[in-house]
Ligand binder design. Structure first.
Ligand code: CA
Length: 246
């Protein structure tokens, strides 16, 4: 191999080392608050949990994501321990939903899409539809364990089971802020959660539940004119941009 070829090869490797950290893993962005990593596919969403070095970064969903391809424990939880390895970044659902999130391991503590949310961690504007989570202790649909984390305008429906400290939306909360977030006590099978507010299916499908909490719906102006949500009959709140597809 010529010296030139070796030099070119080395240059390419250096570039891969520098540029390769996010390239291909997510759908774009650099992980900052102004330029979050963009998540458009189930693979990209699952890549967050596989890269704990990114757990202080910012992520933004760019599409509804169906996780039904990930059975058992194939989905990588985002944040796995509330002290050693929490998620302390931002997961902005950007008015999208994640459906069919499954995590099935009765011996795993801190089970949830976000296993552990730590100080500074934020999950917002995200709907979880049809979750199926089984774990040990601290089992939640959206968040397993939260220590000083924040959840804003999220909802969750589906089944959540575990041995101890099980919650529909967030299993265990410690000094955290949960703002305007709900979970379905009937489909989740959980009447209690230390975060969020449990509602019956009828209440979850009643626009007034959300209007009182300040959600900005289409057809009302008291909660704002951005009109982020609408309420299809007999369903959970949906984001307005989904309206044409329903
Ligand atoms: Ca409105």
């Amino acid at each position: 191999m010529s010296r030139k070829a070796i030099e070119l090869g080395c240059a390419a490797l250096v570039c891969l080392g520098i540029c390769g950290t996010s390239f291909g893993k997510y759908g774009g962005g650099s992980g900052t608050s102004k330029d979050p990593y963009l998540i458009s596919t189930a693979e990209q969403l699952n890549a967050i949990g596989a890269n704990s070095s990114d757990w202080a970064k910012c992520f933004k969903l760019m599409a509804d994501i169906d996780l039904s391809a990930y059975k058992g424990t194939k989905f990588n939880r985002i944040g796995t321990h509330f002290v050693l390895n929490p998620f302390i970044g931002v997961l902005d659902g950007n008015s999208h939903t994640i459906s069919n999130f499954t995590y099935d391991s009765k011996y795993t503590d801190m089970a949830g899409l976000v296993g552990c949310l730590g100080k500074g961690g934020l999950v917002k504007n995200l709907g979880l539809v049809g979750v199926h989570v089984t774990g040990g202790r601290f089992v939640g649909g959206l968040v397993g364990f939260s220590l000083y984390g924040t959840v804003i305008k999220c909802y969750s429906s589906g089944s959540v089971t575990g041995n101890k400290d099980v919650g529909g939306l967030v299993a265990r909360v410690w000094l955290e802020t949960i703002v305007y977030s709900f979970w379905d006590v009937q489909t989740s099978g959980q009447s209690k959660s230390l975060g969020g507010e449990g509602k019956t299916t009828a209440q979850m499908q009643d626009i007034n539940t959300y209007l009182i909490a300040g959600w900005d719906f289409l057809g009302e102006t008291a909660n704002g004119a951005a009109n982020i949500w609408f309420m299809p009959a007999g369903n959970y709140p949906r984001f307005v941009w989904e309206k044409d597809g329903l």
